[in-house]
Design a protein around this ligand. Structure first.
Ligand code: ZN
Length: 307
């Protein structure tokens, strides 16, 4: 009896794995797996997913993650073909030998320095606690830029890394005095009345880079034509993201109120998502200046603009 049950279980398992294996192989041929976090900074890839299949038959499988660490792990181990990711995180992976290329920007501008209502200048941040999502981020660079306006450095305050979703409540409870993070979590702090905008990103760093669309070398090498149409269609999707389209896409994927999205989407744009050499080199300089890395990858090694 035991033997029969075992045999039955075994054949069931085999049947299951055969069918799921077949399915995976079949769907993989026409699918691009892209990792993202549910933030306004990844709207271009979310918008593209809707359009691409209609245009070219290529299907985008969006894989949602809850943190940059988990997303990066999937990207670095080729479990996805690409991601919308903080460009500094991808630069660090590239520096450590992971095969990745940045093929487009995620967005333009779109970050704010949020502070509690009793802080009125960068100088007031001295001795206070400030949250960023990750050391390898434009949020860290923007904090450094903001402090520089008052002759301060990050050593003059306490820096803490928090998950984006925790920042508005941490500000409300007084655990932190300010934060800079991907949107719409800055707008959420403003909407809740617990904080205000001290600087927008463009006031500190014109043409700032933040998120990038990154593809794995494996995907580009093995499926060059798919990568090419994916990138072209991604840029088209970015150009189509006016405020209203962006809001509709955000409402579908982000589970945020109209008020928060209206505030947040004022600060960001998605047109013309090419990564220029000039803007990238400025980023690389800041990465070195503020100690994120001594040896960021060169534009020629890391950015692919020639599909
Ligand atoms: Zn971003």
């Amino acid at each position: 009896m035991k033997k029969r049950l075992l045999a039955l279980a075994l054949s069931f398992t085999l049947a299951l794995s055969a069918s799921s294996c077949g399915k995976t192989e079949k769907s993989d041929e026409n699918t691009v797996k892209i990792a993202y976090l549910p933030i306004t900074h990844s709207l271009a890839v979310l918008e593209e997913a809707e359009e691409l299949e209609k245009q070219s038959g290529l299907k985008v499988e969006l894989v949602k993650y809850g943190s940059w660490a988990e997303l990066l792990d999937a990207l670095n181990s080729n479990r996805v073909d690409g991601a919308s990711v903080l460009i500094e995180l991808a630069m660090k992976s590239k520096e450590e030998g992971v095969g990745l290329k940045a093929v487009a920007l995620g967005h333009h501008d779109g970050n704010v320095i949020i502070v509690s209502n009793d802080i009125s200048s960068a100088a007031d941040l001295k001795g206070k606690t400030f949250a960023i999502p990750h050391r390898q981020s434009s949020h860290n660079i923007l904090l450094n830029d903001a402090l520089a306006t008052a002759g301060l450095k990050v050593d003059d305050l306490n820096i803490t890394e928090l998950a984006p979703t925790e920042m508005p409540s941490a500000l409300a409870s007084g655990q932190i005095d300010g934060y800079c993070v991907a949107e719409p979590f800055g707008a959420m702090g403003v909407d809740l009345g617990v904080g205000k905008v001290l600087f927008t990103s463009e006031e500190l760093w014109e043409d700032s880079l933040c998120c990038g669309l990154v593809l794995t070398d494996k995907f580009i090498d093995e499926r060059y034509d798919d990568a090419k149409s994916f990138v072209a269609s991604y840029k088209t999707a970015g150009n189509s993201l006016d405020k209203e389209t962006a809001k509709q896409t955000a409402k579908k994927y982000l589970n945020q109120s109209d008020e928060v999205l209206d505030t947040s989407l004022q600060w960001i744009s998605y047109n013309d998502l090419d990564i220029t050499e000039e803007a990238y080199n400025e980023l690389a300089e800041k990465v070195k200046e503020y100690g994120l890395s001594d040896n960021p990858p060169s534009y020629a090694d890391f950015v692919k603009n020639d599909f």
